[in-house]
Design a protein around this ligand. Structure first.
Ligand SMILES: [Zn+2]
Length: 262
């Protein structure tokens, strides 16, 4: 069993099952979970959960592009204020970003998404916070904005985009994170393969449903599946992948001194 960090988990969506999810994760070797929020209400739950599991669950507060359809100007400023009020408590701002899937664009067009993302980027820049970025079908625009705002730390989670943008992400010192879809999803597998270990972290994006034939709903313990799949694809031992990606996550989220990894 290796020490692992789930760097992107929607724990607010499994709040009824949280005690079991946390204890199963610990049994699987997970030493920390980064819990990401999506909007005002979800962020509130993330704060509660991270308080309850202080020292194990670390909060990131965000404004997901999927939430923009239900976020008016008032709610938007409330959410930004919420992030700012908790800026010392959080290890990152996330989940934030752009999503150009047509259903998402129908609820909040590209311009609106970019406006919201820019407000969040302002905050990240002002407080020098790490970012957990959603970049589905918007890889280049998402990367360009993050870079344009001079963000020092960003992870493009579950990256499935072009290799050309991936090379820019890596060259800029940013990260990508691998999900359990590394087992079977071609674009994600390619990205994981092309990313040096120094630029890689592991996650579950739970409670996403994964699998082709045998579908299952992910919990943070399933970061072990991500580890196995990454080790296979890179033909590097699970031990080496675990050590390097956990070390990356600790430094990325500034937890080197708080999480004991023996
Ligand atoms: Zn997510």
């Amino acid at each position: 069993m290796y020490r692992l960090i789930d760097t992107h988990a929607h724990l607010d969506e499994i709040i009824e099952d949280i005690d079991r999810a946390v204890s199963e994760a610990k049994k699987a070797g997970v030493v920390a979970i980064m819990a990401v929020g999506q909007d005002y209400e979800s962020n509130l739950k993330i704060l509660q959960i991270s308080e309850k599991y202080s020292g194990f669950v670390y909060p990131a507060l965000g404004l997901h592009p999927w939430s923009l359809g239900n976020t008016d100007a008032k709610k938007m400023s409330l959410t930004l204020q919420q992030i700012e009020d908790n800026i010392k408590k959080i290890v990152a701002i996330g989940e934030v970003g752009l999503d150009y899937d047509k259903r998402v664009v129908a609820s909040a067009d590209k311009e609106r998404q970019k406006e919201a993302f820019k407000l969040v980027l302002e905050l990240a820049r002002r407080y020098n916070k790490a970012l957990s970025v959603h970049s589905r079908y918007s890889w280049k625009d998402s990367f360009d904005l993050v870079k344009e705002y001079g963000i020092k730390k960003a992870v493009f989670h579950w990256y499935t985009g072009f290799s050309s943008v991936l090379r820019e992400i890596i060259a800029e010192g940013y990260f990508i994170s691998a999900t359990p879809a590394t087992e079977y999803h071609d674009e994600h597998r390619r990205a994981v393969k092309e990313t040096p270990l120094e630029s890689l972290m592991l996650e579950t994006d739970c409670p996403v449903t994964y699998g082709r034939e045998n579908k299952y709903m992910a919990y943070p313990a399933d970061v072990g599946r991500t580890l196995k799949a990454v080790a296979q694809i890179k033909t590097v031992s699970e031990k080496d992948i675990a050590e390097q990606t956990t070390d990356n996550a600790l430094r990325f989220f500034g937890l080197d001194r708080q999480v004991r990894v023996i």
